[in-house]
Write a protein that binds this ligand. Structure first.
Ligand SMILES: [Ca+2]
Ligand SMILES: [Ca+2]
Ligand SMILES: [Ca+2]
Ligand SMILES: [Ca+2]
Length: 373
């Protein structure tokens, strides 16, 4: 009778030797001998042996333990860099605490800064919020400091603009002619005096007089000869009387051409006053002049002599256009039949310029106007 072969399956190792002995009498003797020799049954010896064998030879459990140990070791190492990284953070925060980065607003003049007034930095202060010096022309209105600005329009600053090149508001009387904005100046003579050609509100004062000389409205030697002849007479009289050296023209119309279109446009749209030689205003503006009512008759000649109830060649309506009263063949008639329109040097209503018509062979005066600033 032969012993059954032991299965190699590790699971069978859990079977007791008693079970084996039950079918193997020979091994019972070994069991007995072993018990007597070493005090342990063969089962106990085998269990111990198998346990040791199992613990040393089971690759699965061993490997699992090793791996988990190794893995936990790795995890520990992996954790190190993060702790090292947090160390590095600590060290960087340490360095920022000890040496702050330069910045605009820290009150310290750093490279690239023109100034740094800490909390006083502001775009309306001497040191701007970007640590540059507030200067005239940067478009930032400086409100404080030794030289505050009245304005700052950046590139639009100019001596003929509302904000001058020195960041002061252009005002009437500063001698700087304001050409733009809501109220441009016609003149600026750096004073606030009237009757010097530039009014206290910086409007041009234009002189007006009635001619001391009488002329026929025709081509005779004592005639006007033409519109340009009348203009030349005004110029000669003004110059001879020593009036300011401007251009003077006659308030006189042909059939198609009157002062409103003959005069320079700045005069034909004047915002300033028209004054007699003694500075008495006859109108405060072109609009006032042409509304059919004067403030005062044009009754002073170029010398300041009063000329009352005298007829004046005009052929001009109150609005400055031709009046259709006759123009003596363009004030160059060669005979006495045509007529020419006249006004009265004593009138303030529309008859100052549009009263009647006279024969061209008659003599009359002309109104003369300063037409240049
Ligand atoms: Ca700074
Ligand atoms: Ca400024
Ligand atoms: Ca001015
Ligand atoms: Ca003045």
């Amino acid at each position: 009778m032969s012993a059954p072969a032991l299965e190699k399956d590790p699971m069978t190792r859990t079977h007791s030797f008693s079970q084996i002995l039950a079918i193997t009498p020979l091994l019972a003797l070994v069991q007995s001998a072993c018990k007597s020799e070493c005090g342990r049954s063969l089962d106990e010896i085998c269990d111990t042996t198998f346990d040791a064998s199992s613990s040393s030879s089971d690759p699965t459990s061993s490997s699992t333990t090793d791996t988990s140990t190794s893995s936990s070791t790795t995890a520990a190492v992996t954790t190190d860099p993060s702790s090292s990284s947090s160390d590095s953070t600590d060290s960087s925060s340490d360095s920022s605490t000890s040496a702050p980065l330069p910045s605009c607003g820290d009150g310290i003049l750093d490279p690239g800064e023109e100034c740094d007034h800490a909390h006083a930095n502001a775009d309306d202060a001497p040191c701007t919020s970007s640590c540059s010096l507030n200067f005239c022309g940067d478009g930032l209105l400086l409100k404080s400091g030794d030289s505050p600005e009245q304005c700052d329009h950046a590139d639009a600053n100019a001596d003929d603009a509302p904000c001058t090149s020195s960041c002061s508001l252009n005002f009437c009387g500063d001698g700087l002619l304001l050409k733009s904005g809501d109220s441009p100046e016609e003149c600026d003579d750096a004073n606030s005096l009237p009757h010097d050609g530039c009014s206290p509100s910086c409007l041009i004062e234009r002189l007006v007089f009635v001619s001391s000389a009488l002329r026929q409205g025709n081509s005779s030697d004592a005639g006007l000869k033409s519109l340009s002849g009348a203009d030349a007479l005004c110029q000669d009289l003004a110059q001879a009387a020593g009036l300011p050296p401007h251009l003077y023209m006659a308030w006189l119309s042909t059939k198609n051409l009157g002062p409103a279109s003959r005069f320079p446009s700045h005069t034909a749209s004047a915002r300033g006053p028209f004054l007699l030689i003694d500075h008495t205003p006859i109108a405060l503006s072109w609009q006032d002049l042409t509304d059919g009512q004067l403030l005062h008759p044009i009754d002073l000649d170029e010398h300041g002599q009063t000329i009352t109830k005298s007829t004046v060649w005009t052929n001009t309506s109150p609005n400055g256009a031709p009046a259709d009263k006759g123009d003596c063949d363009a004030w160059n008639s060669s005979d006495g039949d045509p007529k020419g329109g006249v006004g009265s040097s004593s009138a303030t209503d529309t008859t100052w310029t549009e009263l009647d018509a006279n024969l061209c062979a008659n003599s009359a005066r002309i109104y003369c106007f300063q037409v240049t600033p």
